[in-house]
Design a protein around this ligand. Sequence first.
Ligand code: C2O
Ligand code: CU
Length: 463
Amino acid sequence: FSRRRFLTSSAALGGAFALGAGVAARAGAAPDPQILAAQFAEARIAADGVTQRVMTYGLGEAAHAGMPPVLRMRKGERYRARLVNRLDEPTTVHWHGLRIDNAMDGVPEMTQPYVYPGDRFDYTFTPPDAGTFWYHPHCNTLTQMGRGLTGVIVVENPDDPAFNAEVVLNLRDWRLGAGGGFIDPFKPRDAARGGTYGTVRTANWQREPAYDVPAGGIVRVRIAATDVTRIYTLGLEGAAAAVIALDGNPVEAPFPLDRLDVGPGQRVDLALRMPESEGACATLGNFRGSAPWTIARFRAVGASLKRDLRDVAPLAANPVAEADLSTATRIAIDLTATAEHRATPSICGSLGYTFWAINKVPWPGDTADPVAPLEELKLGRSYVLDVANRTPHAHPIHLHGLSFRIIASNKRSFLPPPTDTILLLPDEQAQLALVADNPGDWVIHCHIIEHQKTGMTAYLRVA
Ligand code: C2O
Ligand code: CU
């Protein structure tokens, strides 16, 4: 039983294994919440050494050394988790893309108190949407996410079509030096541009992992880009796949995966049709830039199941309200660079610089003071956000608590299903329509965390 074999069998034993684990976790969760402990660990990530002071989440009281677990929830069913902080600094959990109560959103000072070392916080919510989401802290986020605190959430819908297997991929990089130790999480000159890239690229904390899946079968591949900086251009070789959901929401008409840009915070669900012959491989790669590289491989095992991509029934749409464009109020949101100045330190870790602004206000993020909301929205009303990227860089702009639909853009023809994150292209101007149907203060920020933490953050108030 080789190490790789073990990893692939535990991760990819398909729907049956995954579903069983999910059921057990749900049964065990009542009436006490599931313990989700943020903790230090060591992990073998680089080729040349063990990394110390990695941060991860583990379920239960026992210490956990691997990647944060895939959290399985069910659409419309209550979920409870108790964050236990075993780090040596404050933290919180934000449930990226889940449209839940504002009090559960995980933004310190704004929606909840800091969770100090040794302290705990109970999160309770009912996910309204099925799909692929993720979770991460919202405090000292460049360090905490950079050191490992990014995990995938699967919200199951019992009505989803059957797949022959499921593989969940958490894509991210690490800033490691020789020997596997962490190096500076960012460089100021890069933070003022596209962001600082990691030095080691992983999927599920492994370099080029391989997964054994049924030959001729259809595999649901759930991909979450949880890196703090990297924008991927995903592509597949050796097999065909259909894009069935983007950012948790089913696409109206699945389309073949060719090249797909996926920014930090975004997710893609694929229906991957495996080759028929035993041992044949499909390779997921990153085709951005001039030198494509392998993210992960899928190897066909067993006799061909002879499935056809056209057999996959469409996923049911999530209950996202459609904005009424005839009454919608427009809100201008301008993303710009700003005059550089030193930022004041904050408990959730200021990077010490500002480079970016939203509507001219640079806010280092993670805490509510001292800025006012960007705009106050009336509960239940429709809005169109006129977002303009007045910079030569791409920015994955994420809105908490509300889903929006891209209804127009000067840079794209394909308009995706409702989303929580738009990868705004250089000089793009887009119109984002939404219904303000979830009350509270909702952060909107760039998910290139250096940009978020050097000014590209604001919030909308819905009341
Ligand atoms: Cu993925 Cu403000 O969050
Ligand atoms: Cu940005």
